[in-house]
Write a new protein. Structure first.
Length: 303
């Protein structure tokens, strides 16, 4: 073998070695690289970690977040919320946000949201108030964002303002309702109805905080403290009785749903999942009252 042949064989050996190294490096790179699916899972886990509660935030039982069987369709991606409270709070409360699951979180009210509700669902103080202050302060309230199924069976966003003491209760209750595809027609701040409880009920809006008195009295409602929730109120009306035995049904137009002897869609009774969840969380039900019946109403007392 002459010198040229030896050089040629040496070049082929070097080239083969290089090709082998390239193949091995490519395999290692592929094994260590992330697929789009893997990257998405990592991103979600990182976001979940960043959304975990601050040391001052309340904790919850891991069992409350465990998936049910069967589970509903995945939560919709809410890239740009159309909800008033979510827009006004924006990302200003991220450091204080508590997230139970995707789409289910609570956080303090931002200055923008506080200004929005002041003079509507929250009282605006004037000089004539002579030093009187509301029974609850904005700092004691929480903004709650949920997901729910509407009456078409479509996942939708919802929002409430409540007392800080029941914020986690509401997250867990509405999360379980969502996992069971329980239908709520709409869940909006009552400020979108100018704080008018009758208008909100007539629109079958599920709501919570509204600084108002009990109808026909001068006593503050539990809604004024953010400790009561009205669920699908048009189908679960508030009924009072006159001395002559007459019935007063609120909201207007809901008389057909005052008779609870039969069964109809969206009816809350003791067999209903909504009833069971609220009771499990220590709420009482207005449908069990003696002198009046408030089938939409669940409230919780502070200890």
């Amino acid at each position: 073998m002459n010198q040229n042949q030896r050089k040629l064989l040496k070049m082929f050996a070097i080239l083969a070695a290089l090709l082998l190294l390239v193949a091995v490096a490519s395999r290692l790179f592929q094994n260590r690289s992330m697929t789009l699916t893997e990257y998405e899972k990592l991103r979600q886990s990182q976001e979940g970690a960043s959304a975990s509660p601050s040391p001052a935030a309340a904790t919850f039982s891991p069992a409350a977040a465990a998936p049910s069987t069967p589970s509903p369709s995945p939560a919709p991606t809410m890239e740009a919320s159309q909800l008033t409270g979510a827009i006004l709070n924006g990302v200003s409360q991220l450091e204080n946000r508590y997230t139970l699951a995707e789409g289910f979180y609570c956080e303090p009210l931002s200055d923008s949201l506080t200004r929005y509700i002041t003079g509507v669902s929250y009282p605006a103080l004037t000089e004539e108030d002579d030093g009187d202050v509301p029974a609850v302060t904005p700092d004691e309230l929480r903004y709650v964002h949920i997901l729910h199924y509407d009456f078409t069976g479509t996942p939708a966003e919802g929002e409430l303002i409540c007392n800080q003491s029941i914020a986690l209760d509401l997250l867990e209750i509405f999360r379980e309702l969502y996992r069971n595809e329980y239908q709520l027609e709409r869940v909006r701040l009552i400020d979108e109805y100018d704080g008018d409880d009758a208008a909100s009920m007539e629109d079958n809006n599920t709501s919570c905080f509204n600084y108002r008195v009990v109808e026909g009295t001068d006593k503050l409602s539990k809604h004024a403290y953010g400790l009561a929730v009205d669920v699908n109120p048009f189908y679960n009306p508030y009924i009072t009785y006159g001395q002559d035995g007459s019935e007063n049904v609120s909201p207007a137009g809901a008389q057909a749903y005052a008779d609870r002897s039969g069964h109809f869609p969206y009816q809350i009774d003791e067999d209903d999942l909504c009833y069971k969840l609220f009771i499990q969380h220590g709420f009482t039900w207005g449908g069990a009252w003696n002198n009046s019946k408030d089938y939409q109403h669940f409230q919780k007392l502070l200890e």
